[in-house]
Write a protein that binds this ligand. Structure first.
Ligand SMILES: Nc1ncnc2c1ncn2[C@@H]1O[C@H](COP(=O)(O)OP(=O)(O)O)[C@@H](O)[C@H]1O
Ligand SMILES: [Mg+2]
Length: 225
């Protein structure tokens, strides 16, 4: 599914170079549930952005769903990304003036999906994340956990092969965090591949596998019992 070999990424900050990733090898097979941990600044978001094809490494190779990401053109990359990846962010990134349902439908706007079908699919996915009754509410009328569930539904609408979530519970209290992790757990049991960045040990317990980064390198890669 995801195969990364020897990737590095250096940022320039004024006159200094910051090595955000330094020779990372990672293979994530289909239907795995992986937690990425590590201190702030260890390269977690840089790795997620590369896995999500939002950024490219300076060196090394990245194969997503059998395709070498560096060798395909921008249009193909956009299409591969839409088909393969669903993103969930810490800050939800919902459109304030749209309802939950409309937010979930957004990724289908540029596909050939007819509007009636888009609405139907979005409704189904909202009920899958337990939000059927909130479909016509705007984000401001929803709790943090409900907003994140809308964002997860939006990430799922294109039936992506993999969900990438960068600190999805960073803005949520512990009870809501538990709810969101149970939802990921449930999606995983239905066959979804999930990579989630987290600071919290309890969250990592939900995953099958925990990859720990430090200074841009993989320090530990272990499977939970
Ligand atoms: N766009 C950027 N420009 C300059 N430096 C960056 C940029 N993004 C990340 N970095 C630096 O790269 C390192 C890794 O950052 P990041 O991947 O965001 O870590 P994490 O998500 O683990 O906190 C940090 O030292 C950070 O300051
Ligand atoms: Mg980060």
């Amino acid at each position: 599914m995801i195969r990364v070999r020897g990737i590095s990424k250096t940022y320039q900050m004024g006159n200094t170079l910051v090595k955000a990733l330094d020779g990372v090898d990672l293979h994530i097979p289909q239907n795995e549930f992986v937690a990425i941990m590590g201190p702030s600044g260890s390269g977690k978001s840089t790795l997620m952005n590369i896995l999500g094809c939002l950024d490219q490494p300076d060196n090394g190779s990245y194969q997503l769903a059998g395709e070498e990401v560096a060798s395909i053109d921008d249009d193909q990359l956009a299409s591969l990304r839409n088909r393969s990846i669903g993103f969930v962010f810490q800050t939800f990134n919902l459109q304030a003036r749209r309802t939950a349902l409309e937010n979930v439908m957004l990724p289908l706007r540029f596909s050939n999906c007819p509007k009636v079908e888009a609405r139907e699919r979005a409704t189904q996915i909202l009920s899958k994340v337990g939000l059927a009754e909130r479909a016509h509410h705007r984000p401001s009328e929803l709790s943090g956990g409900q907003r994140q569930r809308v964002a997860i539904a939006r990430a799922l609408i294109n039936q992506p092969e993999i969900i990438l979530a960068d600190e999805p519970t960073g803005n949520l209290d512990s009870k809501t965090t538990e709810e969101i992790m149970n939802l990921f757990h449930h999606l995983h049991q239905q066959g979804q591949t999930i990579v989630v960045v987290t600071h919290e040990d309890e969250i990592a317990q939900h995953a099958q596998r925990v990859v720990t980064l430090r200074d841009g390198k993989i320090k530990e890669d272990k499977f939970n019992d």
